[in-house]
Design a protein around this ligand. Structure first.
Ligand SMILES: [Zn+2]
Length: 269
């Protein structure tokens, strides 16, 4: 599943290719991917793509009038190709563009979603209105987050995966962040001190920003679309690893909230 850094890499690439182009038409062969498909076609056709933004793991296509949000979920990918390129299996949405190219949305698992929003409702309605601060956001209200975390008895890993608290961290990066912050993923959220919460946010920023520089993580089937291969898998310290890079003890691999988790019992408390 693409996480914040991988989505950011997709965003930057799409922005470079698409800003200034007009969407001349839309084809969709699997309608549930697009919310309210007929209205979507009406609202998006003949609009110019002004910029591509991102919030947490959502891509936001800002149009001359309105916007649409795209969440890649498990396997969603975009391809920017010449109109002559033949559509392949699993390529469900095609945006025809004013320069003779097309933007293809491919989704093997079909879990991704695309939804039109007016500019007014973009950040004030779900899904974006439900998201917490971004995990690599520089400014935040530590006291407010600390008050919220104090009320939660769920494991800190589960809390960090809940996008309404901090948004943009997925399974891979939560393991890395908690390792960096020396905190066990099983710790009750309410037992985390304010200083530890601050450390979690500092670790999140540095790990996500470094992962963005490395163009994300390429593991299992996911590679960012448009031919970008990430390198951050070479920098992972615990996720998918066997041994703690600090104390050399064997890592503990357990399921927390159904998600495979890697941590060091000696270094993370
Ligand atoms: Zn260790």
């Amino acid at each position: 599943m693409p996480e914040l850094p991988e989505v950011e890499v997709v965003r930057a690439t799409l922005h470079k290719e698409l800003a200034g182009l007009t969407i001349t038409g839309i084809d969709c062969t699997y309608e549930p991917i697009i919310e309210n498909i007929n209205l979507f076609k009406e609202q998006v056709s003949n609009q110019t793509i002004v910029e591509i933004r991102r919030y947490a793991k959502y891509l936001i296509f800002i149009l001359s009038n309105g916007a649409f949000i795209s969440h890649l979920r498990m396997e969603g990918k975009y391809f920017y190709v010449d109109e002559a390129y033949p559509i392949q299996k699993h390529q469900h949405v095609v945006f025809h563009l004013s320069n003779g190219y097309k933007l293809i949305y491919q989704d093997v698992r079909k879990f991704g979603r695309i939804e039109y929003k007016s500019k007014k409702e973009l950040y004030t309605t779900p899904p974006l209105s439900l998201l917490g601060i971004e995990a690599n956001q520089k400014e935040y209200n530590l006291d407010e987050l600390y008050t919220r975390i104090k009320k939660k008895s769920i494991p800190i890993k589960t809390l960090l995966l809940d996008q309404t608290f901090i948004s943009g961290l997925g399974n891979i990066y939560v393991d890395e962040v908690l390792y960096d912050a020396h905190i066990s993923p099983l710790r009750k959220s309410s037992s985390i001190t304010k200083k530890q919460l601050e450390q979690i946010l500092i670790s999140s920023q540095s790990i996500l920003n470094e992962a963005i520089l490395q163009k994300g993580t390429t593991i299992r089937s996911y590679t960012s679309s448009l031919g970008v291969i990430g390198n951050y898998q070479n920098f992972l310290k615990v996720h998918t690893k066997r041994e703690c890079p600090c104390c050399n003890k064997a890592l503990t691999i357990i399921k927390i909230g159904g998600r495979t988790s890697y941590y060091c019992k000696a270094c993370q408390r």
